[in-house]
Design a protein around this ligand. Structure first.
Ligand code: FPP
Length: 272
């Protein structure tokens, strides 16, 4: 259900410029820049993460008001857990628990369902318990599905998918030569959702950082200099407006590229 009247007046103004029939179904976000946001204010990194958690909730609520079906946020990568100081990783785990405890009611109020992707079984048990609780409490909501990628890596997702596909091939005695793209899709963490139409990355870096590698094959990418703790619903709407100005071709020809006349193409080739 659309709740446009709950948007701020600035958000409504941007929303009014959007084509409702071309809204993305799935937006994925690489939330980056918490540390720099804190650094610019002479704050500690953890304060940047705290502010980043507020952005998560505000952006999710705008997504739910415009009826976005799928929002997938890169909250914690496998590399984060391997390469960041233990104290920061522990802080991020505590922050996730607190975030879930304090925001499940707001998710209920906004009809948001929360889910997770990643190697979540490697997270601390008390965090997993809180995650399972939030997923269960919100499981019957029918609005935006907020998916948090936690202890996630795109390559490890592919490894997990290939392992489970290989097991299926063995059990069902199927021919590996008959494996299709759909079979791989069925074994991804994201099997139940469409591929992202739009990938947003904050803080200006032009990298995928091992995020949803299979799924972003034809995704439009929008990079903003804005740091994640400063990112709000209005910026999501601006990214969607930018997305709607693009022409998606999926490897085909764009509009206005002209008819291909086979005969004249043959003549041109012959003349080369
Ligand atoms: C990058 O900032 C961000 C992360 C490590 C992941 C995102 C985490 C949050 C938004 C906080 C909590 C999330 C939830 C769901 C409660 P960075 O530290 O890499 O920034 P930098 O590149 O400026 O150092």
């Amino acid at each position: 259900m659309l709740r446009i009247h709950e948007l701020t007046s600035e958000e409504r103004a941007v929303y009014a410029t959007l084509k409702p029939e071309c809204l993305p179904e799935h937006v994925a976000i690489i939330m980056d820049g918490n540390g720099r946001w804190a650094g610019h204010r002479s704050l500690k990194r953890f304060q940047g993460h705290q502010q980043g958690a507020k952005s998560v909730q505000l952006v999710t609520e705008t997504a739910s008001r415009i009826g976005l079906p799928w929002l997938t946020l890169y909250a914690f990568s496998l590399e984060n857990s391997l390469r960041r100081p233990r104290a920061e990783v522990n802080f991020l785990m505590r922050l996730l628990k607190t975030y879930l405890e304090s925001n499940v009611q707001r998710m209920m109020d906004n009809n948001v369902r929360i889910r997770y992707i990643g190697r979540t079984r490697e997270l601390p048990p008390e965090v997993q318990d809180k995650m399972a609780w939030a997923a269960e409490v919100t499981s019957r909501n029918t609005g935006t599905t907020l998916t948090l990628a936690l202890n996630y890596g795109g390559r490890s997702e592919l490894v997990d998918a290939f392992r489970s596909l290989a097991a299926e091939v063995e059990i069902k005695h199927t021919n590996p030569a008959r494996i299709t793209e759909e079979d791989i899709h069925r074994h991804l963490y994201t099997a139940h959702m469409p591929d992202p139409d739009l990938l947003i990355r904050t803080s200006g870096e032009m990298r995928l950082s091992n995020y949803l590698l299979w799924q972003v094959a034809y995704t439009e990418i929008f990079v903003t200099e804005r740091l994640w703790p400063d990112f709000r619903g209005i910026h999501l709407l601006e990214a969607i407006a930018n997305f709607q100005r693009r022409e998606r071709r999926y490897g085909g020809l764009g509009e206005g590229s002209g008819e291909v006349d086979e005969e004249s193409e043959r003549i041109k080739i012959a003349a080369v």
